[in-house]
Ligand binder design. Structure first.
Ligand code: RTP
Ligand code: MG
Length: 153
């Protein structure tokens, strides 16, 4: 298992409007993951459709694109042991109404269409690397040691 696996995370427009960026960053920091890239941006329709291309043609697709382009998002790359799977566990089930309390969605939402955060799917092989490449150039990502690394692993 790789200790420097990277995964893509994005606070959705509802999370930005509800001032949850700091709360979400704190959770990943406390878990022991390392932030290697971050930026605030406004998705246009083209970028939104590229990001969610797997859902093209589904009944919720147009609504999803409208929502994700409705305001700024906060995109991040987090690094650590088993990062993709561990972040998804922390994010919780897709529908916040079903997400376990203690997860980000389970603690911060009630509605499927307003679920605060996106994270790469660990069951979709390579989704993390593909999504990172959609949002970040390689030179925007950091490779650095933290003095506390040896206290994590
Ligand atoms: P995400 O990609 O946003 O992290 O969410 P996810 O993996 O948990 O769920 P996914 O199946 O990839 O769905 C993407 C987003 O589409 C909306 N959705 N609506 N109305 C519906 O049946 C439905 N299903 C999915 C959700 O906002 C979900 O996050
Ligand atoms: Mg998904």
């Amino acid at each position: 298992m790789s200790y420097d696996e990277r995964t893509f995370v994005m606070v959705k427009p509802d999370g930005v409007q509800r001032s949850l960026i700091g709360e979400i960053i704190s959770r990943f920091e406390h878990r022991g993951l390392k932030l290697v890239g971050a930026k605030a941006l406004q998705l246009d329709e083209e970028l939104a459709k590229t990001h969610y291309s797997e859902h093209e043609g589904k009944p919720f697709f147009e609504g999803l694109i409208d929502f994700i382009t409705s305001g700024p998002v906060f995109a991040m790359v987090w690094e650590g042991k088993d990062a993709t799977r561990q972040v998804r566990r922390m994010v919780g089930a897709t529908d916040p109404a079903e997400a376990a309390p203690g997860t980000i969605r389970g603690d911060h939402g009630l509605d499927l269409g307003r679920n605060v955060i996106h994270a790469s799917d660990h069951e979709d092989e390579g989704a993390n690397e593909r999504e990172i490449a959609v949002f970040f150039d390689e030179e925007e990502l950091l490779d650095y040691e933290q003095a506390t690394d040896e206290w994590r692993y």
